[in-house]
Design a protein around this ligand. Sequence first.
Ligand SMILES: O=c1ccn([C@@H]2O[C@H](COP(=O)(O)O)[C@@H](O)[C@H]2O)c(=O)[nH]1
Length: 286
Amino acid sequence: MKLIDKLYERSKKNMAVCLGLDTKEAFLPEYISDMDISLGEKYFLFNKAIIDATKDIVACYKVQIACYEALGMDGLNAYQKTLKYIRENDGIVIADIKRGDISSTAAMYADGHFKGDFEADFITINTYMGSDAISPYFDYLKNGDKGLFVLVKTSNPNGHQIQDLETKEDKKVYEIMAEYVDKWGEDFVGECGYSAVGSVVGLTYPKEFLDVKKYMPKAFFLIPGYGAQGGTGKDIAEIFKDDICGVVNSSRGIISAHKGKVEDETFTTLTVKAVKDMQEDIGKWL
Ligand SMILES: O=c1ccn([C@@H]2O[C@H](COP(=O)(O)O)[C@@H](O)[C@H]2O)c(=O)[nH]1
């Protein structure tokens, strides 16, 4: 089975929940904070406990590399161990690395994140530098066991400054990007009808989401913006009207759910509850 088909199946089974491991010191339960080990080692113990508790109820995990890079080598060690642990447990992992560069450098990013120490299943990329920033990844997509999520319309408040500009073709910049995503994905479509070249579109702009979807009917979506950024299950209803065409990420909303409430080994009961609440919130509108 191709990776995109596996992600699609898991998304349908687990109500599209993508659990974001944006691990930060402030989110650690006290029993881990108090340990006499490095911060990176604490991050991994925290992530491992969350993965063990949620691996059968989420569609996938998204690991935000910035949270680990911020700790230097100690953090990158935790990042590596987290990706490996998810994949060893038959989980699907999206590395949120948002890379984008000239093709000779993009080829190095492809090697760095699709094999070796930092091997992930999907990675996020930024193609606002054009086709050169994506073409080096295509070789890795041919076998059907890797995938990409391309930034199209991001969830942040000021994304409109560039992405919503009108072009001389009477389309917005993000609409042009969506057309490119559709073209780039043509050769990598799975049995489910979606391509391994997917798209990042934020839930914080539900109207624009419906607009952008028309330009790339084969794109599977990575949808950030749920929970901490204000997105809700109601916002996703229209987007998922015909099909569960993506995964919805929540990071802070899930991994900090226990803070100030449960600080011992049982903290993951509140992580699981946060995942189930999110599933219910999405499911009730479908
Ligand atoms: O448009 C985008 C693209 C990526 N992100 C990332 O998703 C998570 C969101 O975290 P929350 O805590 O659920 O808000 C984070 O890693 C972002 O870098 C995004 O938010 N918007």
